[in-house]
Write a protein that binds this ligand. Structure first.
Ligand code: GDP
Length: 588
């Protein structure tokens, strides 16, 4: 049968779906009706409902695809004109925790001193630029680098080169592999920095072997991955690393157009007293200037001030430049794409259209899958995990939320994000959480004493973390606690009844031969006659030659006292199958 793909942008009307499927409207309405939905031709169905209906119709050749309507995730890799000019490479440093990412960036950028100079202005800037022999390299500080998946969703596709840091005394670790996978899926070039070579126990060869077992073949060994042994702490071989980055950039011929309206990505945003919204942008095309109007998602504004990553005023930002601007009327989201527009009116109009598109993605469906499940009477046993997320900056809140959404609970747990926000945990958060079984998670924020007292009084758990994956682990653990335990039964043995000595209301004494396995007190019993299940019982005691024993094994004969739920008329020839039953906590 011919494969068919139907794209759904947010939702689809009954009429559109029937046309796309080549079915009559009546047939489709009939199927909906059978599932408890009285629908009209213009009724809108959401993506999940459409999938369920297609499944119901048995249309195995039809594939549904979500079509993105919002401008938020537009493709950055636009076609370049022949006027495109070379631009600096955008580099992300990734790798396992403690392998030296922060140290590498600090040493490269002399960040510590810079932070001091700029009086904390650089605190939230998540991109830096470095000048090597007159050429610039842009480094992205991937917020919560553990949350690769979330970052990927938010357009880290603009990363040209990923430097994977691997400690030579520790080798390839889970997050190293994640970083490799991330780089590959983002189509970025990979350069490996084998770090901590100054350490005793550092083994460059073993690390290279480890890497080649994970799909990265070192150039020296005939492969195509550049690997540079470094010491981030002592600054050893860092020049060579930078040269390799520039060489890779040269080979890739990274370019951008500059005679187009400025565009790029929101990489950070937060509110600051006296300044309003402070937004970090990475320009990917065109030239952004102070005084221009910009739109990002549903937010817009006029660039009032523009600073470079070191906090110095900048009049114009060319592609691959990270800048911090003020002037956005509301906080745009981390990952939103921004574009320059000609005037305020256009900016306002576009922001409004974007806001509508974003709202439509989720809200324009008349029938949602949960309605459908309810109508279909499918037991929705899912439990709800309520959380409030607070973070120091919008980017970290988004990362936490996105990563939480990616925890697969096999559909058993619904994540309910009661609210999110930037800033310390406050009275309102506790107020919202109280009585609702809600956990407040804080990322890089603090809890004022009076708030923690209030939370303790109201039994509201507050958990604060500085490392994303620790927060995620905690949340995962909490979700696991909500899962129903798994019942595991294990077969132990079987006995053939050769004699029945006494049958009472809730007890039976019988004897027989163990055919396989063993029998012990406390085992559970399935009573089977001619392959038919008669009931369940429990072994109270086991006897051999009239003496209580701990067990009977295969080949032995003996007696059993059983406890039964109701009167069990055992007969000679019945089979008793022994088993144990255990409830086990499940993990995600
Ligand atoms: P991150 O979690 O990947 O950002 O790792 P950090 O940069 O915080 O480094 C973790 C620890 O390793 C710190 O104690 C660093 O001082 C240390 N470290 C990082 N690079 C080197 C290095 O090249 N040599 C040595 N000896 N220690 C290093």
């Amino acid at each position: 049968m011919e494969e068919k793909t139907i794209q759904i942008a947010g939702s689809i009307t009954v009429d559109e779906l029937s046309k796309a499927l080549g079915l009559s409207v009546t047939e489709l309405i009939g199927t909906l009706f059978k599932n408890g939905i009285v629908a009209t031709i213009n009724q809108r169905l959401d993506f999940e409902t459409a999938s369920i209906i297609i499944d119901e119709l048995g249309l195995k050749n039809v594939r549904l695809e979500r079509k993105n309507t919002s401008t938020r995730t537009s493709d950055f890799h636009r076609e370049l004109s022949d006027k495109a000019v070379l631009r600096p490479p955008v580099v992300a440093v990734m790798g396992h925790v403690d392998h030296g990412k922060t140290t590498l960036l600090d040493t490269l950028l002399n960040k510590k001193t810079v932070d001091d100079e700029a009086g904390g202005i650089t605190q939230h800037i998540s991109a830096y630029q470095l000048n090597r022999d007159g050429r610039l390299i842009t480094f992205l500080d991937t917020p919560g680098h553990e949350a690769f998946a979330a970052i990927r969703q938010h357009g880290a596709m603009l990363t040209d080169i990923v430097v994977i840091v691997v400690a030579a005394d520790d080798g390839v670790k889970p997050q190293t592999i994640e970083a490799i996978n991330f780089a590959k899926s983002a189509n970025a070039k990979i350069i490996v920095a084998i770090n901590k070579i100054d350490r005793e126990g550092a083994d460059i060869n073993r690390t290279m072997a480890d890497l080649s077992n994970n799909g990265l073949q070192p150039e020296e060994w005939g492969g195509d991955t550049v690997m540079v042994p470094i010491s981030a702490k002592l600054g050893q071989n860092l020049d060579q690393l930078l040269d390799m980055i520039l060489l890779t950039a040269d080979i890739e011929e990274l370019k951008a157009d500059i005679d187009i309206p400025a565009e790029g990505l929101v990489i950070e945003s937060h509110m600051e007293t006296g300044k309003g919204s402070v937004v970090s942008l990475l320009v990917t095309g065109g030239e952004l200037k102070v005084g221009e109007f910009v739109v990002a998602g549903s937010s817009y504004g006029k660039v009032r001030t523009m600073l470079d990553w070191q906090g110095k005023p900048k009049g114009k930002a060319v592609p691959s430049t990270p800048v911090t601007v003020t002037g956005f009327k509301e906080l745009p989201n981390f990952g939103d794409r921004f574009t320059e527009v000609k005037d305020e009116k256009t900016a306002r109009k576009m922001a409004l259209l974007n806001a509508q598109a974003i709202a439509n993605e989720s809200a324009d469906a008349n029938v949602t899958s949960s309605d459908l499940l309810r109508m279909m009477n499918v037991a929705d046993n899912s439990k709800t995990f309520n959380v409030i997320i607070k973070g120091d900056v919008l980017g970290s809140v988004t990362s936490v939320v996105d990563s939480l959404r990616l925890i697969d609970t096999h559909g058993e747990i619904t994540l309910n994000i009661v609210s999110t926000g930037v800033g310390d945990i406050n009275e309102n958060d506790v107020y919202m959480a109280a009585g609702e079984n809600t956990i407040i998670y804080g990322f890089n924020v603090s809890v004022p004493i009076n708030i923690s007292k209030m939370a303790a009084r109201d039994n509201v758990p507050i958990r604060t973390y500085k490392i994303i994956y620790e927060l995620l682990d905690d949340a995962k653990h909490e979700m696991e606690n909500l899962l129903d335990a798994e019942i595991v039964e294990e077969d132990k043995g079987e006995l053939k009844v050769l004699g029945v000595f006494r049958t009472e209301k809730t007890s039976t004494i019988a004897g027989g031969e163990v055919l396989k396995g063993d029998v012990k007190p406390n085992y559970l019993v399935r009573v089977v006659r001619n392959k038919k299940y008669l009931g369940e019982a429990e072994v109270v005691s086991v006897q051999k030659e009239k003496m209580d024993v701990k067990e009977l094994v295969s080949g032995e004969t003996g007696g059993l006292a059983l406890k039964t739920e109701h009167k069990l008329d055992l007969q000679i020839g019945d089979r008793l199958q022994f088993f144990t039953r255990e409830s086990r906590r499940r993990t995600l």
